[in-house]
Design a protein around this ligand. Structure first.
Ligand code: FES
Length: 108
């Protein structure tokens, strides 16, 4: 089972943009990379800094705190299969945007 978090049109980022989406007690960072919407936890797996405001290069986000870089599509730290930020599918249904979170991922 999963939950679909609606993103209003006003909050949905345009190409090249990003938005912080609040959901219950967590923040989700939503990026629009050339029209592709990619969502991750807004919490760096290193020490929890916000990733939404990081430096974006292609589909790689660099954490402002200590510079670790994550692939927005996979969530993985570049060149590492170990450290990963949770990332979530984004669906567009009848023009409405939803971030999809599996039920077990909402328990943290
Ligand atoms: S908190 Fe992100 S690299 Fe340290």
């Amino acid at each position: 089972m999963c939950r679909r978090i609606p993103v209003s049109e006003a909050r949905c980022p345009r190409p090249g943009g990003r938005a912080l989406i609040e959901f219950e007690d967590k923040g989700l960072a939503l990026f629009n990379i050339d029209g592709e919407l990619l969502a991750i936890d807004d919490s760096c797996p290193h020490q929890g800094a916000s990733l939404c405001g990081g430096r974006l290069e292609g589909r790689v986000i660099q954490c402002c705190a200590h510079g670790l870089r994550f692939d927005l599509r996979s969530g993985y730290l570049l060149n590492s299969p170990v450290l990963k930020v949770p990332c979530y599918p984004v669906e567009v249904i009848d023009g409405e945007v939803f971030i999809v979170i599996a039920a077990e991922e909402t328990v943290s």
